[in-house]
Design a protein around this ligand. Sequence first.
Ligand code: G4P
Length: 280
Amino acid sequence: MSQIQWYPGHMAKSFRELDKNLRQVEIVMILLDARIPMSSMNPEILRRLHNKPVLILFNKQDLADRKILSLWEDYYRQSGYYTLSIDATSPQSLRSIYSLVKDVILKEQVERNLRRGRQLAPFKTMILGIPNVGKSTLINNLTAKGGAKVENRPGVTRQSQWYRLSEEFELLDTPGVLWPKFEKTIGYNLAITGAIKDDILPLDDVVIYALKYLSKHYQAALVERYKLTSTDDVFEILNQIGTNFGALTRGGEIDYDRVYAIVLKDIRDKRLGGLCFEKP
Ligand code: G4P
């Protein structure tokens, strides 16, 4: 847990910084992991946005269950947020973000400026997201084409930095991480998707949680991948995976650590198909 820095004093400081950063931007993008759209969201952020337009980006859509993901899009849209499912590594996704922001979210502002014959000042935005959600990938790709640091404009903290993305956009990159409250299921979901390191929670608990979820919601994929004859009991599933994949000790016993590693890698590498570990 120490690596997560979730304690009230730290969070209070991060939120104070967030409040200051928010004052400097016109639109806020929250990057979520499409496989765990609730566990990767800190709901406190939403309570602090004060009528700023918010674009919720479900990243890693390529690894997620499309059907469930569209329920999440509806869910957040109905709550008044803009949503977009993306793959931060794809140029198409980057174009979609630009056009949604410019042609929809800030449309009125753009038109008003044009009517008044005003030159458009770049729109200012910031991106929030927990580690491993793909924030650096997205920012790197957004800034790849000519994106440059804006010099001489200090951010709120020494580590925060403004980037010019294009003629039209500037991005405030901030180092602070606002973890969601670390409740049990949230912790498991963060571990399954690799948002927190594998040694933070007991791996057996994480994998047992994942297998129980999969056997309830993705039974066919689980059976197919591991050639299971039954999914009634999670320990029996572990034994079958160990046997069928030769994850055995020298003495011929099931090597559970290897089984855990196989399951986690398979989930993260999409060997069980697109998955979501929570529904709205
Ligand atoms: P962060 O700054 O939020 O911490 O995340 P970062 O961009 O470093 O991305 C974490 C990992 O997720 C990277 O893989 C990156 O390539 C991958 N990633 C980012 N966006 C997407 C996406 O839309 N789809 C998929 N499939 N992967 C994405 P990595 O460097 O190989 O790290 P890891 O996978 O070993 O953790």
